[in-house]
Design a binder for this molecule. Structure first.
Ligand SMILES: *Cc1c(COP(=O)(O)O)cnc(C)c1O
Length: 401
């Protein structure tokens, strides 16, 4: 059972002195008012008795000190089952998994890899690490992922792969991307580090491409502090990853201890994702009329997202020119974990990459994405209501003066 701390907002009205109380409730915490969440945002991971039991068991049998053994095998088998993919290689991080996936697909010097102009910074580096060159395409301003239409402008004789991520609660159109790629003999790497357990067009995120990638980093939905996995249908891809990882010993393994703590989390993932989706529905419902914040599009036709982060595009013009940094500082002072997004790649030198088309939406995303961190999404409905209240409070204050 996951033990969740209840975070409940303080009452905002005082019947004895309602005018003063109302002013107090309106005053932003950053300006000395009462924060909506005086205790701050919840921490991650939560205290979970199943994890405690696993930790006691790996202590008792000594497996905490090993890196090859039954836990990792069991984890790989369970991932293969849940992600409907025959081969799984558990590795030391999501970043390493992206690089190993590219190596498994024999991407190397002279090759180009299509990548969104707004993505996880390590993905650009992973392409460079194998000696290939990123080709940047713009994202859709609604899904934080690229649409298949952007790919035509990026195509060329050197393009050997597409690296596509599901980011911030948005889902990439994997069916179209895979069809486009197959027609041109281009490989697809699907980065599902932010979307484990999401369903994209009827299949688990991570199982669409020639290789899929998961992260078990410390803030992620499945966490072992560090860790990751490559998923693939292709025995040769797995074989090449294993050959590359062998340096007289395995160079990138996930340990037994890490595998052990992931197993109970994996079992709970579907229920937790369901709860997070319900919380996001509730939150977005309450914020749907707000000007200045455009949330990530939730398109049932594209699938069911999972929420590691929940994105909005902040519009300073709707908030009397107040910057994103000001907005984030004010919301954080209310006790809500709202952060900026990635810096994106629009300013990267064209010596390091090729740019296909304009990157306007990627630039806008880099400048004005704001992200709610997931832990609060497993908290009771009243906490979700308080998150909405905190965001509303700041936007209203910014729009008033
Ligand atoms: C976190 C993340 C990664 C890399 O994961 P690490 O395990 O932290 O190395 C890759 N891609 C995306 C989209 C991520 O969010």
């Amino acid at each position: 059972m996951v033990i969740l701390t209840r975070v409940v907002a303080r009452p905002v009205t005082d019947p004895m002195n309602s005018v003063n109380a109302e002013n107090d409730a309106l005053r932003l915490a950053i300006a000395g008012g009462e924060p909506v969440f005086p205790d701050g945002p919840p921490t991650w991971p939560p205290a979970d008795d199943d994890i405690r039991r696993v930790l006691q068991a790996v202590w008792a049998d000594g497996s905490w000190g090993r890196y090859l053994g039954p836990h990792r095998t069991a984890l790989e088998e369970e991932l293969a089952r849940q992600f409907q993919t025959p081969y799984v290689v558990a590795v030391c991080s999501g970043t390493a998994a992206v690089e190993l996936a590219l190596r498994g697909l024999r991407i190397g010097p002279g090759d180009e890899v299509i990548l969104a102009g707004y993505d996880f910074p390590g993905n650009f580096r992973a392409i460079e690490a194998v000696g290939a060159t990123p080709v940047l395409v713009d994202i859709s301003p609604k899904t934080w992922a690229f649409e298949v239409e952007s790919l035509d402008a990026a195509h060329g004789p050197q393009v050997r792969a597409i690296l596509v991520s599901h980011l911030h609660g948005g889902l990439a159109p994997m069916r179209d991307i895979c069809v486009w790629a197959a027609q041109r003999n281009v490989a697809v790497v699907e980065d599902a580090c932010q979307a484990p357990g999401a369903n994209v067009q009827g299949r688990p995120a991570g199982c669409w491409g020639d290789a899929g990638v998961l992260s078990f980093g410390g803030s992620k939905l499945l966490t072992a502090g560090r860790g990751g996995a490559v998923l693939t249908r292709d025995a040769q891809v797995r074989q090449r990853i294993q050959v590359h990882s062998q340096r007289g010993n395995e160079a990138f393994p996930l340990s037994e201890l890490q595998a052990a703590v992931l197993l109970p989390q994996l079992k709970k993932l579907p229920a937790h994702n369901q709860a997070r989706r319900a919380a996001v529905d509730r939150l977005l419902e309450q914020l749907c009329d707000i000007r200045g914040l455009n949330s990530v599009q939730r398109d049932p036709g594209r699938g069911e997202a999972s929420f590691y982060k929940l994105a909005w595009l902040y519009d300073p013009n709707a908030c009397r020119g107040r910057s994103r940094a000001d907005f984030l500082a004010a919301v954080r002072a209310e006790g809500v974990a709202l952060d900026e997004g990635f810096r994106g790649f629009v300013l990267r030198s064209t010596r390091r990459c090729r740019i296909a088309g304009t990157l306007d939406a990627s630039r806008a995303a880099a400048e004005n994405t704001v992200l709610l961190h997931h832990p609060v999404l497993l908290h009771p409905p009243e906490s979700i209501d308080s998150v909405a209240q905190a965001i509303r409070k700041v936007v209203s204050a910014f729009q008033r003066n």
